[in-house]
Design a protein around this ligand. Structure first.
Ligand code: ADE
Ligand code: ZN
Length: 350
């Protein structure tokens, strides 16, 4: 008999910490903590428009996605050299490892760097070198997903894909992020077809601020395998049925949704309804340095706000591995480790 309800906050935290997890929706530039931002600014002789680390944190009060993106893109300006990308990625991986993340799929926004004269190879090699070190040091697996900025043109995205071709072997897939409203997925139909022809996996942010029709387009026009966010899909019953029938994963980010006023009250977040509808949803941190929490913080805040119970948590973790781009044998190993960790926790909390 497993422990079917949490009897204390301590038991909840113990389960969240004990379970190995995959994180599938984290923008590596969104993991840049203000302390490292200042250190890199000093190293690269770049003036920041903030007096202190606290002043940076004080600026993190967002009305919507765009108000966040303006600050987020400004923060990327301190990233110039391969070592900067390594240091940022390594800091995230150390933090994720402490949250018992065993597999991470990292988004990066090359256009926010190449537009400043930083070479594509500098970006990809710096991020990749940190991932390789995490694999060697802890056996932690990871994958890189190159995101196109949807507020820029498709021609710019096509040029970016061309520039990334020499590094094809270091990439798992492509994604679509940045300002959603007014930039529908169909704008990127050709570049996604080109990425698919290169054998890359396809994902896209859709239904974060944008309407359910953007989720339909991401599925039917771009042919994505996963939807990032997708919370607004819940407004369309036919779409929910389609996502459930196909087990299309949705990479949900509750603390991001709260910070960007998508669902200001976490108690009203649709995650539980998504699970009840049979969707393959799981939790992610999106831009943890900006939204006040890494992966386990997202778990604990969401569990408390929605009164989730132990088997819901196991479902979220199992979904994270089901939705990941790891090879089937590694996926099975991760699922088994999660099931074993759950069983041990349940025995200790019976
Ligand atoms: N880029 C970084 N975080 C993002 C988000 N939550 N939505 C869209 N683009 C992003
Ligand atoms: Zn995102």
């Amino acid at each position: 008999m497993t422990a079917l309800v949490f009897t204390s906050e301590q038991a909840q935290h113990a389960l969240v910490g004990a379970l190995p997890k995959a994180e599938l929706h984290v923008h590596i530039e969104g993991t840049l903590e203000p302390e490292l931002m200042f250190a890199l600014a000093t190293r690269n002789n770049i003036a920041l428009p903030y007096k202190s680390v606290q002043a940076v944190r004080d600026a993190y009060a967002f009305d919507n996605l765009q108000s966040f993106l303006d600050i987020y893109y400004a923060g990327t300006q301190v990233l110039l050299c391969e070592q900067d990308f390594f240091d940022m990625t390594w800091a995230y991986l150390v933090r994720a490892h402490s949250d018992h993340v065993v597999h991470s799929e990292l988004f990066f926004d090359p256009q926010s760097h190449t537009s400043r004269g930083v070479d594509m190879g500098v970006v990809i090699h710096g991020i990749h070198r940190a991932c390789a070190q995490a694999q060697t040091q802890w056996g932690m697996s990871s994958a890189l997903i190159l995101c196109f900025l949807r507020h820029l043109s498709e021609a710019d995205a096509i040029q970016t894909l061309q520039a990334a071709k020499p590094y094809r072997s270091l990439l798992a897939g492509v994604g679509l992020d940045s300002s959603e409203q007014g930039h529908p997925p169909e704008k990127f139909q050709r570049v996604f077809a080109q990425a698919q022809a290169l054998g890359l996996k396809l994902v896209a942010h859709a239904g974060e601020e944008g309407p359910p029709s953007y989720v339909w387009q991401a599925l039917d026009v771009l042919g994505v395998q996963r939807i990032d966010h997708g919370v607004r899909a819940m407004e369309d019953a036919d779409l929910v049925a389609r996502l459930a029938a196909q087990r299309t994963p949705l990479t949900v980010c509750p603390l991001s949704n709260k910070a960007l006023q998508v669902t200001p009250d976490l108690a009203k977040h649709p995650l539980k309804a998504m699970l009840d509808a049979g969707l393959c949803a799981m939790l992610n941190s999106d831009d943890p340095a900006y939204f006040g929490g890494y992966l386990n913080d997202n778990f604990n805040a969401t569990i408390s706000a929605l009164n989730l119970q132990p088997l819901d948590v196991l479902t979220l973790v199992r979904n994270s591995f089901e939705a990941s781009f790891v090879a089937p044998d590694l996926r099975a190993q991760y699922q088994l480790r999660a099931d074993q960790a759950f069983a041990t926790w349940a025995r200790d909390h019976a």
